[in-house]
Design a protein around this ligand. Sequence first.
Ligand SMILES: [Zn+2]
Length: 479
Amino acid sequence: MKLSALALLCATQLTLVSAASQNTKRHFHVAHNNRRQAPTPSSSASSSSSSSSSSSSAASHVTTTTTTSVAVVTPPSVTIVSAATGTAAPPLSQITMGMPTRVPPVVTASFAVGASAPISGAPALPTHFVFQMNQWPQEDHIPDTNSPEVQEWLKELDGFNIPNLTPTTDGSCAGDIEAAAQAAQRGWWTCGGYTRSTDIVACPDKLTWGVSFDDGPGPYTQNLLDYLKTKNISATFFVVGSRVIERPNVLIEEYMAGHEISVHTWSHKPLTSLTNEQIVAELGWTRKAIRQVLGVTPTTMRPPFGDIDDRVRAISLAMGMVPIMWTRTPSGGVFDTNDWRVAAGQATGTQSFQTFQTILNNASTIDTGFIVLQHDVHEITVDLAVGYTLDAALTHNPPFNLKAIGQCTNTPATDMYFETTKNTTFPYSNRTTVDVDGDGKSETTKGAGKGNGAALTQSSILTVLFGAVVAASSSLILF
Ligand SMILES: [Zn+2]
């Protein structure tokens, strides 16, 4: 796939699928070490499997999950630097694709069934999640849209005007010239950074960094959680459904530690390229997985690769999920740590970090705070976060204030989940029940105060959706 600079953010990651799989065929031991890299569903899955088989670690029900859902591979020869685990990151100059890997941290369940949730009014921790393959879509694949669950969730779109936009070819500008030419009208973020007033795109307060981590829970997420705890920082985790069912214990650790949990789809495909039914399936299954593990249902989502347009927005909002992006300035600057580029072998840790320091310096010159893209699904990206990027923000002059996105936008913690929100305007719907399980029975009840405000009608959602274009630019992105 030929890429333009504008398409890099999403399309480059997509191209890596084939590159990574070729690596796997030729030199699997290299590919295994490269699990620090490939930000692709297939490699994530194989790395999970490898991790489980090569260590005594990770959540106990993970092993079963991964080995039943990914191709069986011969255990690779793993270069292990040290059996010790912890949050200490390697020297920056050593952080690069193919660097030796370390044993993932052991995640033990520290919270019992029935433990009190950290959110006021949220249900206690439910019975431990037990993976049953026949109850879930295939990991990292777009779920079947004919399932009873998806058919049930499609009813949530009733009464909402979903823009009749043809799905894009592959979610990239270069891959769909026709759609790219209509990017402004489509509100397509990927091509020009178009956003709508319903998108959360920045923290309002100057020098405030909205901390977020995508694509996990991963084998090394616990290292990140340990670091965040020592610094007393809360973050927002945009989790992939296929990873949630692999590492439910890690999700519990995130949630119970006070971090925010948000939906990042089931298979991590560019949503503008999917049909309405497929988008509903991607969001619905992830929402269901999170609720089964935590007992709560997020009211926010982030589209993979930031690939959103007015059709994806309308579907997300109709399902009660507010889109959260990462900040992109009018001049085209993107608050991307580029950690995924290092994991993908497109940059060294040193190069990535130098670029990011430039962004940080620029950040102190804008009038608002900002939301930053980082990833917790790979060892490399966790190393960059705990060793470098977060410290750089904390020690910057002037220092940045690091907060979870709900916190930095002054969103009450209770608004972040269906079960606890009492807000009648967030997530822009007054629906009082949602059938998260998709079994035809609405079992989720929102907070007592919910539903007394104005409904988000077709006309009002259109007004919201087609309001101000917050950040539109035809400039090239930085990377
Ligand atoms: Zn992602």
